[in-house]
Unconditional design. Sequence first.
Length: 319
Amino acid sequence: MGHEATIEIQEQRPSPLAWILAAVLAALLGFSFYDPIAWMIERWSLPDSYYSHGFLVPVVAGYFVWRDRHALMAEAPRRFVPGLLLVLAGLLILLSSGWISVFFTAGFALILTAWGVAGYVLGAGVMRRLLFPVFLLLFMVPPPLQWIETFSFNLKIMVAHITVFLLDMAGIAAVIGRGSTIFLETTTVTVGNACSGLRSLIALIFLGILFAAWAKMPFHRRALLFLLSMPIAIISNVARVLLLCLVAWKWGGDAIMAEHSFFGIKTSVHDVSGYLIFIVAYALLYLTLKLLLRGLPQDEVATEPAADAAAAAPPVGRP
């Protein structure tokens, strides 16, 4: 009679001392990086923040850690010296950032230091498994405001030019004036910062990463899905600006911001279009996912990655 051999993964249960050590290290990290953490929370809380999703990023990253908790606990704890080098590098970046008063780099130093601590205490295997959650955490660090303003300005100029091109193709006279102002026959439409599409671009990129993480596809298809999230966000925002220009061309510029009652809620075409276009962008991203899943063996296809990804995605607000 043959005997079947079974292999079980033995989880390394943390001892009470390990939990105490982890709590002490977390407290030390929080104390050392108090100023960068406070700065990030302040930037996330600004009324017109492009990074209001920052509050949810650690939660989403924590979900992936929890999802892989069995594999993480199966790793035999052993010291990994390169992790200590990352800790020292992170602390050096923190000191340098404090000296020149730049919190942007200090935010990345926090992530680097925490990852290094995990690697030094728990080993290279844990460090490797934490790579994706650590990558997600990068999306919670807001870049300098000057960078955001520069990128937003260039983005809205590009959106305005594409919109004018499409209007000309439709036979509607339109020209670009000073900055990002679109001159129609009887009115003007200015593509402001809220219409640059930067918020929707950041949200769609993050959502694209989550889609790629949940979908069971080869790596090159996941990378393509992530890359396509950027043009999808731009195309969706161009559609929004084009819609606003058509409303202004048909009913006048005041019709864009005029308040109307939708299901008992007073809002404007400008605001409603922002939410509708994000729904369109989500639908396009989901359609792209379905197209990339075509041709794969059925047992390799994730069932419903999009539903979980949408639930974990950051709120976008107005694009």
